[in-house]
Ligand binder design. Structure first.
Ligand code: ADP
Ligand code: MG
Length: 561
């Protein structure tokens, strides 16, 4: 094909594709515009995962009638004027791309009534309707001061993008997560979110971050969060972090705001994890809301079309300030370091194995030896984490958590597929408070969770009553099991979710590293492991055991060469 300049319709769709990846991106851009307009109340509504409808209303400055159409021109913005402004951006938007991008991939309505003080003379609001980026209708309409943008039929004329969208519930959960993040970033703004006509989130806008955390993550979490505060001549760090005892199974609970912009930043994630080093078990992550303020010129926000990434001029300084701020907050609270993580093969902190002397050497005989696990005799437990066993050909070190995970995984899936799930009813139902995002995930997985043995009834206001659980997970903490499960499923497509559910229940229901086991328990564990189909790997594919053969031992001790 010869080279030619693309038609403007294609160009605008390509550009829109960068800014608007999914329905939640539209919500993000509209909320940012409302915040930039100084709104103190922002109401978000979405239907059908945002593909059917997205509506964002605010009480901000509004747009004068004479500028309403201009707002939909590419690179039309009221937020920066010259090159110098680009160096010190204080607004969330500045690229003038959001409204034209949305209009390129959806049908858009906007109704705005500007502030009288803002220089506007009109006493009635103005309304325009755009289709395929063109204004097809305009009129005057009454509205209290502020702006409402309504977006319909997102991606209808953009089938490629529509094809890649996930289920309604997944898109809803992205929207719920996003609105929650902005509510955390702006506690002084009153947010409300209605998803498919259901109230999902409402904040008071009274400026209290802890209260917003309570709205989103539940009041218990909010009460236990620790204050973070640190300031040097350049960087100010403020926020709330969880004590190590409140750890989660994903990084989804880390929120970073830089000059009030919600960002994803591997640098800040690392700084946070560094501060918690040695305090959390492997695979566990904190909840943190970290606000970083620094002079606008210390920051480049113009490196990503959706403005989700930023670049710090002095990365190292920001890193160490965040790390120290969090360390300071953790140091002010007495916390126990879990035993399991102090044990490390690499650091030379060996603990002597606790040998269990067994008068009658009992070989564990598997009832159904389905795969080549030899007969193993338990010798003892090492570091409350590994079972030491002897087999016909040398020494076995078995990771108690991984082994139990394999056992539970196989049983949970087997019971589910044979429709013979053992259920444990709870005499006293347990109440759980879910975040807006967790609630969306629960809605999406409800049926399957029932099949796996859960009975979870709504109790109003994102509270739920847990009435029954799978018997196989009964030994673990029920609230932890369910929140970890919802975390593990969040954002993953249900295709199908059975394996993920079994994996999550097995992982969080299994005996942990660091737990002391009796000789009897260890023997039982090995016996059950022998009956699984793949005793040598956990469901994630990691090994459950290390084998040192007699030959290897002899070689190591120089008995043979
Ligand atoms: P940007 O936010 O980068 O300036 P947008 O395309 O998002 O670009 O918006 C274009 C302009 O429309 C903004 O600069 C602002 O002047 C105006 N605008 C958009 N949304 C609102 C709103 N909710 N309230 C007031 N003004 C708005
Ligand atoms: Mg904008």
């Amino acid at each position: 094909m010869p080279i030619k300049v693309l038609e403007s319709e294609i160009v605008s769709k390509i550009a829109a594709g960068e800014v608007i990846e999914r329905p939640a991106s539209v919500v993000k851009e509209l909320i940012e515009n409302s915040l930039d307009a100084g709104a103190t109340e922002i109401a978000v509504e979405a239907q059908g995962g945002g593909v059917g409808l997205i509506k964002v209303s605010d009480n901000g400055a509004g747009i004068p009638a004479s500028e309403l159409e201009l707002a939909f021109h590419r690179y039309a913005t009221s937020k920066i004027g010259d090159l110098g402004d680009l160096e010190k951006i204080s607004s969330l938007g500045f690229r003038g791309e959001a409204l034209p991008s949305i209009a390129a991939v959806a049908e858009v309505e906007i109704l705005s009534q500007p502030h009288i003080e803002y220089g506007a003379t009109e006493t009635v609001g103005s309304y325009i309707y755009l289709r395929k980026g063109e204004v097809t209708h305009k009129e005057s309409r009454a509205r209290p001061q502020g702006t409402t943008v309504t977006v319909r039929r997102l991606f209808r004329y953009f089938p490629v993008r529509l094809k890649f969208l996930k289920s309604v519930n997944t898109e809803n959960s992205h929207i719920a997560h996003l609105v929650s993040q902005y509510a955390l970033a702006f506690p002084e703004v009153k947010f409300s979110l209605v998803l498919d006509k259901r109230h999902s989130l409402r904040t008071t806008g009274n400026g209290d971050l802890r209260q917003v955390v309570g709205e989103i993550y539940g009041s218990e979490v909010a009460q236990r969060m620790l204050e973070v505060e640190r300031e040097d001549s350049m960087v100010k760090v403020r926020g709330l972090i969880s004590p190590p005892s409140l750890a989660r199974s994903t990084r989804n609970y880390l929120s970073f705001f830089v000059n009030r912009r919600w960002v994803r930043s591997p640098l800040l994630t690392r700084a946070t994890e560094e501060a918690y080093r040695g305090l959390l078990m492997d695979g566990r992550h904190p909840t943190a809301i970290i606000n970083i303020s620094l002079p606008a010129h210390e920051l480049d926000v113009n490196i990503h079309p959706a403005k989700a990434q930023i670049k710090f001029c002095h990365e190292q300084n920001v890193f160490s300030n965040v790390q120290k701020a969090i360390e300071g907050a953790l140091a002010r609270t007495p916390v126990a370091r879990p035993k399991a993580t102090t044990f490390s093969l690499g650091s030379g902190q060996w603990q002597s194995p606790r040998m269990i002397m067994d008068n009658e050497p009992t070989f564990v005989v598997a009832q159904l030896p389905t795969l080549e696990l030899p007969l193993l005799r338990v010798l003892g437990q090492l570091a409350n984490t590994y079972i030491i066993a002897e087999g016909p050909d040398g020494l076995y070190l078995i990771d108690q958590h991984a082994a139990h995970e394999r056992i539970l995984y196989d049983r949970i899936l087997a019971q589910w597929s044979q429709k013979e799930v053992e259920v444990q009813g709870l005499l006293q139902p347990i109440t759980i408070e879910l975040s807006p995002r967790e609630e969306e995930t629960l809605k999406a997985s409800e049926e399957l969770l029932t099949e796996f043995g859960f009975t979870i009834d709504p109790f109003g206001n994102r509270s739920y009553l847990i009435r029954a659980i799978p018997a196989l997970t009964a030994r673990a903490n029920t609230i932890e099991i369910i929140t970890a499960l919802l975390d593990d499923l969040a954002g993953k497509e249900p295709n199908p979710w059975e394996e993920e559910i079994a994996q999550s229940l097995a992982c969080h229901g299994a005996i942990r590293a660091g737990q002391q086991l009796s000789n009897e328990e260890m023997r039982e564990l090995i016996k059950q492991l022998e009956q699984t189909k793949q005793p040598r790997t956990c469901p994630h594919g990691r090994p459950t055991m290390i084998h040192l053969s007699s030959h290897q031992l002899e070689k190591e001790f120089g008995r043979i060469s």
